[in-house]
Write a protein that binds this ligand. Structure first.
Ligand code: GLN
Length: 313
């Protein structure tokens, strides 16, 4: 393991950015056709610390869609609103070891294993719809905006419509959940909200700020008020750590050692408790739906800055 000193954060970010930019594995996502239109060469990186200071490189101002990173935000919202028993009737907290879009895997209680795979996130989205009714899109986006420290958020309508048109695999998952009485609302209503929150546009700066808020006891960086209660944060970070990287989760904790979440748009969120929020974007993803450049950034930062949760000081 290399030791961080005497390097400054700026120097380390410079090195890590160059290293990640040299990685050219993966391909842009095509199963959501609109995502295939992106420039594959884009790469953005933002790191935010507890004071709210940012170190940013590359295409950090480029907008991309949250995709699966929205699962963290949706689950946070449900944890704030519902009691444990209600949530546990809809979704568990166990890693699956399966791909994010696995159709068949429900646990012995006939519920999705966790909220970080599509089945679980669709169950979570159903809870949001039940609570917010006709206001569900506005209320969900308002909650996301608060966590992201943004006044408002924009949905990429082209990406939303593209996934609506082609999202038969998620339809199959949602029908399965409906069959097991996990969903209260109609499959199409739930998917419309799910596809919308996946299509929320953000930058790597937004993700870094969100990561720092989650790393900072739920308080926005720079001395902001808490936007999440401590119990929500504890549960959210636990599940993100153990389930956020899908079938790579064990290896992730082993190698990197802090919670992270990737999305098929190429975005990646890293949460380093007490230290940093990390946002990465590069559109080419591996067969697990994570950006190899994003993975490289998180691994290298963990190594260079000694960020693994079990690393000795
Ligand atoms: N909207 C995507 C889907 O449900 C999100 C998947 C992902 O980012 N891993 O398939």
């Amino acid at each position: 393991m290399s030791h961080p000193f005497p390097y400054s954060l700026e120097t380390v970010v410079d090195e890590v950015f160059l290293e990640a930019a040299a990685v050219d594995d993966g391909d842009v996502t095509t199963y959501i056709p609109e995502l295939a239109r992106v420039d594959p060469a884009l790469i953005g990186l933002s790191v935010c610390d507890g004071s709210g200071a940012f170190v940013e490189r590359g295409d950090s101002g480029h907008y991309f869609t949250l995709q699966s990173i929205s699962k963290v935000l949706g689950y946070a919202c449900v944890l704030e609103i519902f009691d444990d028993e209600t949530i546990a009737r809809h979704v568990g907290v166990e890693p699956t070891g399966e791909d994010f879009d696995s159709i068949i895997k429900l646990d012995r209680h006939k519920r999705p294993f966790n909220p970080m795979v599509n089945a679980g996130a669709i169950a979570v989205t159903d809870l949001l719809l039940t609570r917010f009714g006709g206001e569900a899109v506005e209320q969900t986006l308002a909650f996301f905006a608060q966590l992201l420290g943004r006044k408002d958020l924009v949905i990429d309508e082209a990406v939303y419509e593209s996934e609506q048109r082609t999202g038969e695999r998620n339809r199959a998952i949602a029908h399965l959940l409906k069959n097991f009485a996990i969903l209260e609302n109609s499959v199409e209503e739930v998917l419309a909200l799910y596809f919308r929150h996946c299509a929320v546009q953000v930058t790597t700066g937004d993700l870094a700020r969100l990561g720092m808020t989650l790393a900072n006891g739920g308080c926005t960086p720079g001395g902001g008020d808490p936007v999440l209660c401590p119990e929500t944060l504890r549960k959210l970070l636990s599940v993100t750590l153990t389930c956020g990287m899908y079938n790579y989760a064990g290896q992730w904790v082993y190698e990197v050692g802090f919670p992270a979440k990737s999305g098929v748009s190429g975005g990646m969120l890293g949460i380093v408790p007490g230290r940093y929020g990390i946002g990465v974007f590069s559109p080419r993803v591996d067969e697990k739906g994570s950006s190899p450049r994003g993975v490289c950034v998180q691994k290298r930062l963990s190594d260079r800055l000694n960020l693994h949760m079990f690393a000795p000081d």
